[in-house]
Design a protein around this ligand. Structure first.
Ligand SMILES: Cc1cc2nc3c(=O)[nH]c(=O)nc-3n(C[C@H](O)[C@H](O)[C@H](O)COP(=O)(O)OP(=O)(O)OC[C@H]3O[C@@H](n4cnc5c(N)ncnc54)[C@H](O)[C@@H]3O)c2cc1C
Ligand code: FES
Ligand code: FES
Length: 481
């Protein structure tokens, strides 16, 4: 049994053997692990739910060439085995000591020179987001900078000086002391990642599996049917951090590369269930703008870097942002157990409030999304209290085919209006065969209002949701006129 995880920290390979560790469990978050080390207390806890970015760290991952891919993530939602085979970079790693002098990293220097910090609580998190931006972009646009910082909150400084420091710093093609060591780092990570035997950690009453192949993952699913499956854990981790639930048996799919595939066929795209939302967003920019626009406002960059499409579909949340688009395009969910594969329409897969058709020996392996056709209009809208880092209050995705000014085909898939993503079938029926004009849309707005019985909660009242649902229909009409 392999109880040990390995990762790179401070240029050393760290090995954690959970049998020997009294204070670490497999679901200890990277944040809590770092806070337990005297040398890495720069990382901070603000919310423990992915909302503030004070805990941001950067993970370095080996790419096919000798390069390292740097991604910012919220360490409060990352379980320790998820960083196996990666480089863990914290704010303490950015400056260097040379001839007795401390040399700040360009992003730190720019923050100092732009007066980007006051009380300093949020600063290490901002610095790490800026560091990932620095490594990935040269002379980024304001839009890219704002997006990179959308997962970091500051209650003192105001964001202008922080944005300015990003503009000042990110002009050196990512060059720094990490670049100088990149090839060595890549070699070390390659060595760690050679071993592909499932990591199987038993610690107290917890059992945690971190497989590397789909076959191993499916075998584990067959034998441990009550285990909680996680991929990015951006939903599941909150059960521990917010609800204090004990997660006793876990199958963590984050190490299975076969689940991260992307395949384009003549009729559509296959997105591996383990593909990050950020990668999916980037792949959709040209071929699927309606999905791209929704993924652009999905959580923050830190969340999108870890959250997966399989996890979004598997959560079956009534406000899951990908679901309305998948409904509008009649996407398929590809499910697999150790023997068989099956394909289910997304509408049949979602069974109720956070309920799916997934069997206890199955995994979601990919999502098939048909390509938009020339004659159809696909649009998506998200209403939330703020643009960045907020979940939907109401959302709408629509597929519309017009013929000589008449509605020939229509799908209206709403999020936030019922216990699951739900189509407005009466409204669709009313509009089909009618002229695409304002009078008919105004009538349809009345029908959609009556068709749903949404709840009142902290995000909005039922009445607000009904009005928003109708207004989104009018927005669609205006966008198409
Ligand atoms: C701060 C914050 C902001 C967020 N913002 C948004 C947002 O804007 N829009 C939005 O839609 N969501 C949002 N979320 C929710 C969450 O990030 C998404 O639902 C995400 O896609 C979940 O993916 P994951 O890989 O992290 O899932 P996990 O937490 O790993 O899993 C979620 C569920 O899916 C199941 N599952 C995962 N992978 C598989 C698989 N391969 N096979 C079978 N079952 C599987 C798990 O068992 C679990 O039930 C946010 C979350 C946080 C913490
Ligand atoms: S502590 Fe707030 S995002 Fe992690
Ligand atoms: S400097 Fe105080 S919270 Fe940002």
């Amino acid at each position: 049994m392999n109880n040990t995880i390995k990762f790179l920290l401070d240029d050393n390979v760290v090995e954690i053997d959970f049998r020997k560790e009294k204070n670490l469990r497999p679901t200890t978050t990277v944040l809590n692990y770092l806070r337990s080390l005297s040398s890495h207390k720069g990382v901070k806890e603000g919310c423990a739910e992915g909302d503030c970015g004070a805990c941001t760290i950067v993970l370095g991952e080996k790419k096919a060439d000798r390069k390292i891919k740097y991604t910012a993530v919220d360490s409060c939602l990352v379980f320790l085995p998820m960083i196996h085979g990666k480089q863990l970079i914290t704010v303490e790693n950015l400056s260097q000591k040379k001839d007795g002098k401390v040399i700040l990293h360009p992003v730190q220097e720019a923050m100092v020179n732009s007066f980007g910090s006051q009380c300093g609580y949020c600063t290490p998190g901002f610095i790490m987001s800026l560091f990932a931006l620095y490594k990935n972009h040269n002379n980024p646009t304001r839009e890219v900078i704002e997006d990179s910082l959308s997962g970091n909150l500051c209650r003192c400084t105001g964001y202008q000086s922080i944005l300015e420091s990003a503009m000042k710093a990110c002009t050196k093609n990512g060059g720094d002391h990490f670049t100088e060591r990149e090839s060595l780092t890549s070699k070390i990570l390659k060595e760690i990642n050679k071993e592909k035997t499932t990591i199987h950690i038993v610690s107290g009453d917890q059992t945690y599996f971190h497989p590397f192949t789909l076959d191993d993952a499916l075998m584990l699913r067959k034998h441990y049917r009550n285990a909680i499956v996680v991929n990015g854990a951006t939903d599941v981790a909150l059960r521990q951090t917010k609800r204090n639930e004990k997660l006793t048996e876990i199958i963590d799919l984050s190490g299975v590369d076969e689940l991260k595939i992307y395949d384009e066929e003549e009729n559509g795209f296959y997105f591996g269930a383990g593909m990050s939302i950020e990668k999916m967003k980037n792949l959709c920019e040209k071929p699927f703008p309606a999905l791209y626009n929704i993924l652009k406002v999905f959580g923050s960059l830190q969340i999108r870097n870890f959250a997966t499409i399989g996890g979004n579909v598997g959560s079956a949340s009534p406000i899951g942002d990908t679901l309305p688009v998948l409904f509008a395009k009649n996407a398929k969910v590809i499910l697999q157990n150790s023997k068989n594969k099956r394909e289910v329409d997304i509408e049949d897969f979602i069974k109720g409030y956070r309920k799916t058709d997934l069997k206890d020996d199955e995994l979601i392996t990919s999502i098939f999304l048909p390509k938009p056709k020339k004659n159809e209009i696909i649009k998506s809208y998200k209403v939330s209290k703020r643009k960045d880092l907020d979940i939907s209050t109401v959302s709408l995705s629509c597929r519309l085919v017009l013929n000589k000014g008449e509605v020939k085909e229509m799908i209206l898939a709403y999020g936030g209006m019922a216990e699951t993503t739900r189509r407005a079938k009466k409204t669709e029926e009313y509009l089909e065969g009618r002229e695409w004009n304002r009078a008919n849309i105004e009538e349809a707005m009345k029908i959609v209002k009556e068709e749903f019985a949404p709840i009142t909660d902290a995000r909005a009242s039922a009445e607000f949701r009904k009005i928003a649902a109708g207004n989104l229909l009018m927005k669609l009409f205006i966008d198409r006129s």
